[in-house]
Design a protein around this ligand. Structure first.
Ligand code: NAP
Length: 440
């Protein structure tokens, strides 16, 4: 049997400690599958005294991940600390400069400087693997980077944040407010004490930026993503969506258009009978539409120690099986130096259906005026309904809900501005884009 693959793990939290445990429990199977043992020779975290439920006594400890990357006797540097800057950034660069292979689950780091890191890795002939960075245990990186080679991808989209999907699912199933569901998610450990990054869509955006690069061969452009979170989704939206045959999901969507690549993260209505609409709770799903294969949909655990460690383990095993000097799969699907500059399709030209919910004063002529504003902007309506329920009727207001046929963002914004210029709105209009899966 070949020499052991020596790995150093920086970060022993949820993912890192699961990885250490699994590598211990599965040592024999892994050695057989990979043709060589995988041995942890170094670890690093902030607090050496913390009990992590795994035996680290025979492993060299580093207080500094950067020191470990610079000097440990390892072949692979596994970065499981997180964060776009600081120790994660410095240690990954140090490891790549030494020509070490790197495995990371860090979407924030890759979204910020993935191309630069890929160039470093490719210059050194090192592997940089990051399956766990997008959708946890779902092997979407491998699918895009390797399995779909030769396909032209037209659209990639998915539910990539378990916290948001959990909150939206609970709101729909229990009829609870956003705030109540967020508190519950925090109590259960699905949401951070500061949940902003998840609920405002930044986490999904980081993952989408990576998928866009793999799907379309462009440079990573996380700052060019149109972003809307779920914090202003109300129970009224969820219920109206359900009445109309839709569910609301936070989707990240990237697609090729005539004018560039559209990247957007926002609450989205998906048809109730589509498979992605049925993806509930913390589960993730990623769909890829391509010309040769057609539509591929992968559903599975997007987070958690075991699921994420499973993806990290797959990346380590790929390195263990690789031969020194062999041709490497480019880190970002295409050689990093050849990635095309990212051209952003303007959001104003986005085409699709829209859901609009208006709270209006209960006056004669309002319904007709709303319909006229839509028609003035060339928007054709799939449905328009009005209703006044309970407290609304008492307060003299009512709700008008519209679902449009495909139109442009520009037309919708003009129509909504025209409605806002009237004197009958009793609340801020809610506008939610509709996304239609092709096959499932
Ligand atoms: N958790 C998930 O379900 C999940 C899913 C997909 C991807 N990821 C990604 O996986 C990575 C790790 O996530 P996690 O949930 O395992 O995080 P975590 O539980 O917060 O653990 C982070 C670990 O990194 C260590 N650390 C932090 N800063 C450090 C520094 N400056 N030097 C050395 N060690 C440092 C911490 O040390 P101490 O323990 O001593 O404080 C801790 O062990 C992140 O990039 C995350 O985005 C996580």
């Amino acid at each position: 049997m070949a020499d052991a693959l020596k790995i150093g793990i920086a970060g022993l939290g949820t993912v890192g400690s699961s990885l250490v445990r699994i590598l211990g429990e599965r040592a024999n199977e892994l050695a057989r599958t990979c043709g060589r043992p995988i041995t942890i020779t170094a670890v690093s975290a902030r607090d050496k005294s913390r009990d992590r439920g795994v035996d680290l006594s025979a492993i060299q400890w580093f207080d500094s991940a950067v020191d470990m990357a610079n000097s440990a006797d390892i072949d692979v540097f596994v970065e499981l600390m997180g964060g776009a800057e600081g120790a994660a950034d410095q240690s990954v660069r140090a490891a790549l400069s030494r020509g070490l292979h790197v495995v990371t689950a860090n979407k924030a780091l890759l979204a910020r400087c993935g191309v630069e890191l890929a160039v470093m890795a490719e210059d050194k002939g090192a592997l940089l693997n990051y399956e766990a960075a997008v959708a946890g245990g779902i092997p979407v990186i491998k699918a895009l980077r390797e399995s779909l080679t030769g396909n032209t991808v037209s659209r990639v989209y998915g539910i990539m944040n378990g916290t948001c999907n959990y909150i939206l699912t609970r709101m729909e199933k229990e009829g609870l407010s956003f705030e109540a569901c967020l508190k519950e998610a925090q109590r259960l450990g699905y949401a951070e004490a500061d949940p902003t990054f998840d609920i405002e869509g930044n986490d999904t955006a980081h993952k989408l930026a990576i998928l866009t690069t793999l799907a379309f061969g462009t440079q990573i452009a996380a700052d060019e993503i149109y972003l809307e979170g779920i914090s202003n989704i109300s129970i009224e939206d969820i219920q109206a969506a359900a009445d109309l045959g839709y569910r609301i999901k936070l989707l990240g969507v990237a697609l090729r258009t005539d004018t560039g690549i559209e990247q957007r993260v926002h609450p989205t209505m998906v048809p109730h009978d589509s498979v992605i609409a049925q993806v509930d709770g913390v589960t993730n799903a990623v769909a890829i539409e391509s010309d040769i294969l057609g539509e591929l949909l992968m559903v599975g655990p997007g987070a958690g120690g075991n699921a994420t460690a499973s993806a990290v383990l797959g990346d380590i095993a790929d390195i263990a099986k690789s031969r020194p000097g062999a041709q490497r799969v480019p880190v970002l699907g295409n050689p990093a130096a050849s990635l095309a500059p990212y051209t952003r399709a303007q959001m104003q030209s986005h085409e699709g259906g829209y859901f609009i919910r208006l709270t209006v004063l209960d006056r004669a002529g309002v319904f007709a005026d709303v319909a006229t504003r839509m028609a003035d902007n060339g928007i054709s309506l799939e449905s328009i309904v009005q209703r006044a329920k309970g407290s609304e009727a008492d307060s003299g207001s009512k709700t008008i809900i519209l679902v449009t046929h495909a139109t442009t963002e520009q037309s919708i914004r003009k129509a909504v501005d025209a409605i806002k210029s009237g004197t009958y709105l009793a609340g801020e209009p809610q506008v939610i884009r509709i996304e239609r899966p092709k096959a499932f």
